[in-house]
Design a protein around this ligand. Structure first.
Ligand code: BG6
Length: 542
């Protein structure tokens, strides 16, 4: 395999190079077949290509909330994949911290089902767990954090090590944990970085409180707010597609684009995660972050450079041009069981035992946003997301306006450019072409870049792999800055408060359906044209 994503991981500027590390590959190379070690060497060179490279840099990755679901299902497996593939600095140690009294062996047993370990990787897995340790302690107890600090110092090279703290924690303990990290666990000789998971508050006010708290403890360049959609291959590709091609620039505006649709669909329900979900709902869970981030990348102006702050400056500017969403531009839904369905599909949201009885929380939402600037004024940006729908799919779709001055007797359909984020990553442009053969009539077809056909041997890393690697490298481009977050909440807070105050009832939709018909009507009303005459077929499967 060969990752081809590394351009974005490179250092942005020589001034931030103090934390660079390159490690000796000699030991690793001696234990790996030549072809693989050559690949690692190549990757390492690309990743850590700084002159101020320090062979001896030690890194400690601390997982706060090590016994929780996120740690077990996502963070430990990701660290293992990065370690297995030789992408982490050579001297990296992993320390779990949580309340439960656990051993590394118990952690290992809990994480193994999610780690996808091949039979041939047993030695490497052993090496990974040798680098792991675990400390238990209460989140509010400063002494426990002093113990953790002593433990970090006791690791080989621990006194000088750089520290990465991953907060895989419920929001209720955020304040205590960050305060105690700051007071007791900061490295004085290496750098410190803190990775924060959503939810970043529940609305503008609570998010501001959290931001103020964090900024009283850490500088902005120490804080990495994860939105894992920013780690996805096709989301990262949006900038290259837009700004690396001449053909799209001139048509990427209100003169040619009729509407933009950003879609997130899941084919399963809350699956016992209803307790968490019910507190937040689909707007906070997906729309305010994942979909809005994609919107920014579609709508923003070209940044002055690809440096993290130039990119984020442009994202903030776009957000500032969006007026708060109005309830009149929103359709909310909640799924009910399909009596004809099988298994899970028979159960509605309210049948999930972890969901409070009679909840009016939305599991589906469609909202129309407008970017009031010169490029986009009047173009609807349609954000659609939902659980328990007919398919699993995330995509960005630009629908272009009709061709003026038709000479083909209304046979032409609108062009669309689709970036399929998942599954089956692809970019395709729906277009008209002459029906092949003796005909002279237009026919719908597409220009297709399906990754699995075009890049057969490339293994795409998981979003978390890229993002964690970015934190090691010190690149914040794919992380959310505090002003972006503030703007995102400004756009959605009035809507969320109104829904909560008025207890706006969601429209029921059947498990496995497209969602409420009212959502399709809204989308058509604002200008999206659905012809239903054409469906993209993944050519990989043809
Ligand atoms: C998370 C949401 O942020 O994203 C989940 O909290 C959702 O509800 C998940 O299922 C989807 O992630 P992905 O990478 O599977 O699209």
């Amino acid at each position: 395999f060969l990752y081809r994503h590394l351009g974005s991981q490179k250092k942005q500027s020589p001034t931030t190079s103090s934390h660079h590390f390159l490690t000796s590959l000699a030991e690793k190379m001696s234990t790996l077949p030549l072809s693989r070690s050559e690949v690692f060497g190549e990757l390492r060179r690309e990743l850590y290509d700084d002159e101020e490279f320090h062979q001896s840099d030690v890194h400690i990755f601390i997982i706060m909330g090590a016994s929780g679901d996120l740690a077990k299902k996502k963070i430990y497996p990701t660290l293992w994949w990065l370690f297995r593939d030789g992408l982490l600095p050579e001297q990296t140690y992993f320390v779990g911290f949580a309340r439960s009294d656990l051993t590394v062996d118990a952690l290992r047993t809990a994480c193994l089902p999610y780690m996808k370990v091949a039979d041939t990787e047993a030695d490497r897995l052993e090496a990974f767990f040798i680098r792991n340790s675990y400390i238990s302690g209460k989140y509010g107890d400063e002494v426990a954090f002093s113990n953790l600090h002593s433990h970090l110092l006791s690791l080989p090279g621990g006194a000088e090590a750089n520290r990465l703290f991953y907060l895989a924690l419920p929001p209720s303990v955020y304040l205590d944990v960050t305060k105690n990290i700051h007071r007791r666990c900061m490295s004085t000789k290496g750098w410190n970085r803190v990775i924060v998971e959503k939810p970043f508050g529940r609305d503008l006010q609570s998010s501001e409180e959290l931001s103020n708290h964090l900024s009283s403890l850490f500088t902005e360049d120490q804080i990495y707010r994860i939105d894992h959609y920013l780690g996805k291959e096709m989301v990262q590709n949006l900038m290259v597609l837009r700004f690396g091609n001449r053909i799209f620039g001139p048509i990427w505006n209100r003169d040619s684009v009729a509407c933009v649709v950003l879609t997130f669909k899941e084919s399963f329900g809350t699956q016992g995660r209803g307790g968490y979900f019910d507190d937040f709902g689909i707007i906070r869970d997906v729309m305010q972050n994942h979909l809005l981030q994609m919107l920014c990348l579609v709508a923003m102006e070209k940044p002055a450079s690809t440096s993290s702050d130039d990119v984020r400056d442009e994202k903030v500017k776009v957000l500032k041009c969006i007026t708060p969403v109005s309830l009149a531009d929103v359709v909310l839904g909640q799924y009910v069981g399909d009596p004809k369905g099988e298994g899970e599909a028979r159960l509605g949201y309210l049948d999930d035992p972890t969901v409070p009885k009679g909840s009016t929380q939305a599991t589906f939402a469609t909202a129309v946003l407008y970017v009031r600037n010169e490029r986009w004024d009047g173009v609807p940006f349609i954000l659609r997301c939902g659980k328990a729908l007919n398919e699993r799919k995330a995509e960005v779709r630009l629908q272009f306006s009709d061709v003026p001055g038709d000479i083909f007797s209304a046979q032409c359909r609108r062009n669309e450019l689709v970036v399929r984020v998942q599954p089956n990553e692809a970019i395709y442009a729906k277009m008209m072409s002459k029906k092949p053969g003796v005909y002279f009539s237009p026919e719908e077809t597409e220009l297709d870049l399906t990754y699995r056909s075009r890049y057969r041997d490339v293994k795409l890393p998981d979003a978390y792999e890229r993002l964690i690697l970015d934190v090691f490298c010190g690149s914040q481009m794919h992380f959310v800055r505090s002003d972006e977050l503030r703007e995102a909440w400004r756009i959605f807070t009035p809507l969320l408060h109104q829904i909560e105050k008025e207890k706006t009832p969601p429209i029921s939709y059947k498990y496995g359906s497209r969602g409420p018909a009212e959502a399709d009507e809204l989308v058509q009303r604002v200008g999206f044209r659905y012809e239903g005459t054409y469906k993209w077929v993944n050519p990989h499967k043809l």
